[in-house]
Design a protein around this ligand. Structure first.
Ligand code: NAI
Ligand code: MG
Length: 329
């Protein structure tokens, strides 16, 4: 059966790295059909909404979505889209690849970030001109669901330990609930060690020695921040893919944003988007092709050509060509 994929380039370098990933996909000649949809800043200007109903509808109907990045409308695009598709788990691997000048060349981490609540639940308002408040929502249901996902993921990848990142010493009720719930889930996985870490200290330990960690499960904001920190450990945002997963539909996207500072120059690193495509292929039933795409990206990262973020002078197009050549071998 043909696999149907929604493709949303978005804004900025989304229009450069997503077409690159689609070219890689097309070179594989799989039984996959892509449907392009719009979202983001430019669509807001044109139509008055950054996330048109047709885009949500397509993402709902198709088997998976490949998303680039949107600009300042992000909070009104990717967050509602994750919610609409009930993708409660944001999986962000941070791997240092051979040949990339990484701060810690041995890094091999995966962040499992709760994607639906925490401080990103959108309950924010002004009390007075002087006072603005934000409600942080943590539920036992979502905490259990994300912890089960994280421990299951750890078993799948043969990890020895899951680290629960939290700040329960200060946010006693909310992160207290997250921590207790995740620890209770951990008890059902005797083959995986349950570790806990206070998130600010964890940020420091990750910089000192990321090899101490394997799978890190956290509430929403902490996962966002810690995974970007991990991007810095392995060579930059141009390298980090991610998957938003739920019961069924997945949204796959580079961790980076629309990068207005380099947009339109044709020099964005396509690796994060192509690695996101690999995660998508794995999800929709093409695990062998996913591994091949992953290996092709790794081969090109090791030998070049490289985009300027990795110290090279290659273009998005020439790196993509090299990935496609590698796949053809
Ligand atoms: P950013 O990730 O767009 O850029 C941060 C830095 O990393 C920039 O110097 C950029 O040039 C570089 N970079 C990012 N991706 C790269 C790539 N593939 N190749 C080479 N260099 C790359 O984050 P920033 O600057 O904080 O945000 C820019 C815009 O993107 C904002 O409007 C923000 O709201 C949006 N954003 C959207 C996201 C999404 O759609 N999921 C996620 C993060 C930010
Ligand atoms: Mg982020």
């Amino acid at each position: 059966m043909t696999v149907e994929i929604t493709v949303i380039p978005g804004d900025g370098i989304g229009h450069e790295v997503i077409p690159a990933a689609v070219r890689v996909l097309e070179s594989l000649d799989l039984d996959v059909e892509t449907h392009e949809a719009v979202a983001g800043d430019a669509v807001l200007e044109d139509t008055g909404t950054p996330l048109p109903d047709e885009t949500i509808g397509l993402a709902r109907e198709t088997d998976a979505t490949l998303f680039g990045a949107t600009g300042h409308t992000s909070a009104d695009v990717i967050i509602p889209l994750r919610r609409e598709l009930q993708t409660y788990a944001n999986v962000r691997p941070a791997v240092a690849y051979p040949g990339v000048d990484a701060l810690h060349p041995e890094t091999d981490l995966v962040f499992v970030r709760e994607n639906t609540e925490g401080v990103y639940s959108g309950i924010e308002h002004d009390l007075t001109d002087d006072v603005s408040v934000l409600t942080r929502v943590i539920t036992e249901t979502a905490s259990r669901r994300i912890a089960e996902f994280a421990f299951g993921h750890a078993v799948d990848r043969g990890a020895d330990a899951v680290t629960i990142a939290h700040k329960a010493n200060v946010m006693r009720l909310t992160d207290g609930k997250f921590l207790e719930t995740a620890q209770a889930v951990g008890e059902h996985y005797p083959e995986v060690e349950t570790r806990t870490a206070i998130m600010d200290a964890l940020a420091m330990y990750l910089v000192l020695d990321p090899t101490e960690y394997e799978v890190i499960v956290s509430p929403n904001l902490a996962g966002d921040v810690l995974s970007d920190l991990a991007a810095g450990l392995v060579g930059g945002l141009g390298l980090l893919p991610s998957a938003n997963l739920g019961e069924e539909r997945g949204i796959f996207e580079p961790v980076h944003g629309s990068a207005p500072d380099i947009a339109g120059q044709g020099i964005a690193n396509p690796a994060a988007a192509v690695l996101s495509l690999a995660m998508l292929l794995d999800h929709v039933g093409f695990p062998a092709e996913a591994n091949r795409v992953d290996a092709a990206v790794q081969a090109v990262l090791a030998s070049g050509p490289r985009t300027p973020d990795l110290g090279g002078d290659a273009t998005t197009e020439s790196v993509t060509d090299a990935i496609i050549d590698e796949l053809a071998q």
